[in-house]
Ligand binder design. Structure first.
Ligand SMILES: Nc1nc2c(ncn2[C@@H]2O[C@H](COP(=O)(O)OP(=O)(O)OP(=O)(O)O)[C@@H](O)[C@H]2O)c(=O)[nH]1
Length: 625
């Protein structure tokens, strides 16, 4: 049969694993995780200074191993795990922080506790909630785990920070507050029980006394003629569990280095022969206390197993969900890394296309460029100034040279039109730039919206840079195309439009029925007057406006062809060409995740492993009867 003793061993193992992962009863572990430690029943030893706490623990162990001295000696919780070994085997101790080192000299255990305390708290006399784990393997112990906490004190002594009194109390509280904590409340018999620090605290956190074990030390130090029967028999302060009286080694015994086994025997004799406590003798003494606690701890653990398992199962589910959300760790294999990168590129490309094709907002801003920005810019071109009477006169005269034109000023028209067409370059280039910026913004947005990319900041940066390089290239191409459209308009003017013009100019000379020359038409009359130039301006304006209509339609086509279409087809081509040249190690760098995320994933994975192992162990042990 697997005995219940295995349960204490099991809890010990789980507690040790929890501590390694930063989950310990002090409550300052990573609060984002459920605390498994807190779900495990523990016995916390609580008492005022000099109440005899250390002596009780040493007595239970049957060994002298705790640091002694003035002031606050216990400054970190000491998780003391006792493992009973077979009779005749050698006793030894082991620390969790020094695995594989077995201590057989208990004076060295004391020194290591002191040194390890100082390692975290410094020599500052500060306290720390990070526990020290000590396992003792001995035939003289029962299977039991106790947490020794700093003694409750009333005043700070020299060298200790002012806040130490409250710091200790709040640290002790973080343990005893927890419903799974069994409180071992140590009070000295030579003090009024009403003033006991341990009982005062226990009363507060466990008013029904269900989880408190009262221990009365120093029975031998009571005034002659007095006894502690009122306390031990539960009349002074009633608890659900019987009080246990203890007689530890006196200071003189300690100074003499009195043997612990001998002290246990003397304690037994004390109760056996005591006229006051003889009738309680079988339920007194440190050996009895150890057995009582061990039995109680075992039964509490057994009763808590269903709730521990349910916490473990719930935590496993939560951790698995979180790990899924974070994504699997990246493979170290270069091929797999490349595959991962390409997968993410595809995901990004999909989001980007959704922006352009609809489904996600943003693509419509390109249409906004063509529908609003470009027409507005075309409208604002300074044709009025260019085709003012004065300007037309000047340009036409300059084009004619010394010989004024006879009919229509061909060269004048050309110059006026070419001059006007030059203005179209501005809006054409501005449209290309505007489309470029919309596309660039969509790349930024798409990267931010691609869930798969979130974990990889380096890849995000590279992808954005490569996509922007491509967009730059598309912008250049697009600019060349729109400029070409404008230049094409200048290179060949629509002849049909001009063919009409000379006819209009020649129309004025008309012969009437009497074969008289009729008065010339107004057009002919002011052939070189203002009206003539105004007409030229109006003709040029009509031509320019025709070109403007054409460009208003063709510039968007060029932009879409060179930029939008290319972005859809080949945005990542440059990235792909770059990536194919990379070695495995460089690919790894691209998949360099956010360190905080990697840390969290590792933490979750370790925690998950602990919980799964704990579940398997509990399953294996708990249900064997
Ligand atoms: N005679 C006698 N002395 C005891 C008994 N219990 C403890 N003492 C003495 O009381 C003093 C304090 O005991 P400790 O065990 O160091 O008490 P503690 O609560 O651990 O004290 P701090 O670690 O200083 O908080 C020591 O000198 C012990 O020898 C007892 O039952 N009888």
């Amino acid at each position: 049969m697997t005995t219940m003793e295995s349960l204490i061993g099991l809890v010990n193992r789980i507690q040790r694993a929890c501590t390694v992962l930063g989950d310990y009863g002090g409550g300052t572990g990573d609060d984002a995780f459920n605390s498994l430690w807190e779900a495990l029943p523990t016995v916390a030893v609580v008492g005022g200074q000099s109440s005899g706490k250390s002596s009780v623990l040493e007595s239970i162990v049957g060994r002298d191993f705790l640091p002694r001295g003035s002031g606050i000696v216990t400054r970190r919780p000491l998780v003391l795990q006792l493992h009973k070994t077979e009779e005749g085997t050698e006793e030894y101790a082991e620390f969790l922080h020094l695995p594989k080192k077995q201590f057989t000299d208990f004076a060295m255990v004391r020194k290591e506790i002191q040194d390890e305390t100082d390692r975290i708290t410094g020599k500052s006399k500060q306290i720390s909630p990070v526990p020290i784990h000590l396992s003792i393997f001995s035939p003289n112990v029962v299977n039991l785990t106790l947490v020794d906490l700093p003694g409750l004190t009333k005043v700070a002594v020299e060298g200790q920070p002012e806040t130490i009194v409250e710091d200790i109390e709040s640290m002790v509280r973080t343990y005893v507050d927890k419903p799974n904590c069994i409180i071992l409340a140590i009070s000295p018999a030579n003090q009024d029980i009403a003033t006991s620090d341990a009982i005062k605290l226990a009363k507060e956190v466990d008013p029904t006394g269900e989880r408190t074990f009262g221990v009365l030390t120093k029975l031998d130090l009571m005034d002659k003629g007095t006894n502690a029967l009122d306390v031990l028999e539960g009349r002074s302060y009633r608890l659900q569990h019987p009080w246990v009286g203890i007689v530890n080694r006196s200071q003189a015994d300690i100074n003499r280095n009195a043997d612990m086994m001998l002290a246990r025997r003397k304690e037994r004799e004390y109760f056996d022969t005591s006229p006051d406590y003889g009738h309680l003798a079988s339920k007194m003494g440190s050996e009895y206390l150890a057995k009582l606690l061990s039995k109680h701890l075992e039964s509490v653990i057994r009763s808590r197993i269903p709730s521990i398992l349910s916490l473990i199962n719930k935590s496993i589910e939560e951790l698995e969900r979180e790990l899924d959300r974070m994504g699997r760790p990246v493979s170290v294999d270069a091929g797999a890394q490349l595959y991962t990168i390409l997968e993410m590129c595809r995901a990004f490309d999909k989001v980007f296309k959704e922006h352009l094709d609809g489904g996600r907002p943003g693509g419509d801003r390109i249409y906004g460029v063509f529908d609003n920005q470009l027409p507005a810019a075309l409208k604002k071109l300074p044709f009025d100034r260019h085709l003012s009477l004065q300007s037309v006169k000047r340009i036409v005269s300059e084009a004619d040279g010394y010989q004024p034109h006879l009919i229509a000023p061909e060269q004048g028209y050309r110059r006026l039109i070419e001059g006007a067409l030059g203005y179209f370059r501005g809006p054409a280039e501005a449209s290309v730039d505007a489309v470029h910026f919309v596309l660039k913004e969509l790349v930024r947005k798409s990267i931010a919206e691609t869930q798969e990319l979130k974990r990889f900041p380096s890849l995000q940066v590279e992808l954005a840079a490569a996509a922007n390089t491509s967009l730059e290239k598309f912008r250049e191409e697009s600019k060349k195309s729109v400029i070409r459209l404008v230049e094409m308009e200048s290179a060949y003017l629509t002849a049909e439009f001009f063919r009409k013009l000379p006819q209009e100019m020649e129309r004025p000379v008309v012969t009437n029925s009497k074969n008289q020359t009729a008065s010339p038409s107004p057009a002919a009359a002011d052939q070189y007057g203002d009206g003539h130039f105004r007409r030229i301006a109006s003709n040029v304006s009509a031509y320019v406006s025709m070109v403007s209509d054409t460009l208003r339609n063709t510039i968007p086509k060029a932009c879409v062809y060179c930029q939008v279409r290319q972005a859809k087809l080949a945005l990542l081509n440059y990235f792909y060409s770059q990536i194919s040249k990379r070695e495995g190690k460089e690919l790894g760098l691209l998949l360099d995740e956010d360190p905080a995320l990697m840390g969290r994933r590792l933490e979750c994975a370790q925690r998950l492993e602990l919980y799964k192992k704990a579940r398997d162990e509990i399953d294996a042990v708990a249900w064997v009867r």
